[in-house]
Design a protein around this ligand. Structure first.
Ligand code: HEC
Length: 147
């Protein structure tokens, strides 16, 4: 019995990653991000935001290695965290959004600098934002099987 329900649970996880947040609420909360970030496809189609580029394009950010958007000039800390294996998912994006330098410092185990000073106020809002952002980009399970 236990085994069966475990299998069912992981199957449904594969079919649709269960994000705890509410994407519609996340869309509204994205207003605070769009002064710096856009969500745009590789062809340049803007899916969210107003084409701001002082932060990296957030298309496909969930499932992506940290600090790897082409052509964006990151601070060294986030690039290092990515090289050490940080791949964005719900569990790490939430603490990052609540406190970017604090999260990077904890991840690297040494004092880190963040190029992003903005902080999301509540964990619920951070989860909503992650659920919203997770809608854009390739499904990591299918298309990003690089290694
Ligand atoms: C004032 C500008 C600004 C605002 C507002 C802002 N960001 Fe950022 N964000 C940045 C910059 C700059 C970076 C690159 C950080 C670095 O180099 O350390 C970044 C990085 C990120 C990253 C990591 C990207 C990667 O490629 O690894 C995520 C995720 C992110 N921001 C999400 C958000 C979300 C969601 C919001 C809204 C709640 C937001 N940001 C608001 C400027 C901003």
């Amino acid at each position: 019995m236990k085994k069966l329900s475990l299998a069912a649970a992981s199957l449904s996880l594969l079919a649709a990653p269960a994000f705890a947040g509410d994407p519609a609420a996340g869309e509204a909360a994205f207003g605070q991000c769009q002064t710096c970030h856009v969500v745009a496809t590789e062809d340049g189609e803007v899916l969210a935001g107003r084409n701001a580029r002082s932060g990296p394009n957030l298309y496909g950010i969930v499932g992506r290695q940290a600090g790897t958007v082409d052509g964006f000039r990151y601070q060294a800390s986030i690039v290092q965290a990515g090289e050490e294996g940080l791949v964005w998912d719900e569990e790490n994006l939430v603490p990052y959004l609540l406190n970017p330098p604090g999260f990077l410092t904890e991840t690297l185990g040494s004092r880190a600098r963040s190029g992003m000073s903005h902080r999301v106020r509540t964990e619920d809002q951070a989860r909503d934002l992650v659920a919203f952002l997770a809608q854009f980009g390739a499904a990591p399970a299918e298309e990003e099987a690089e290694d």
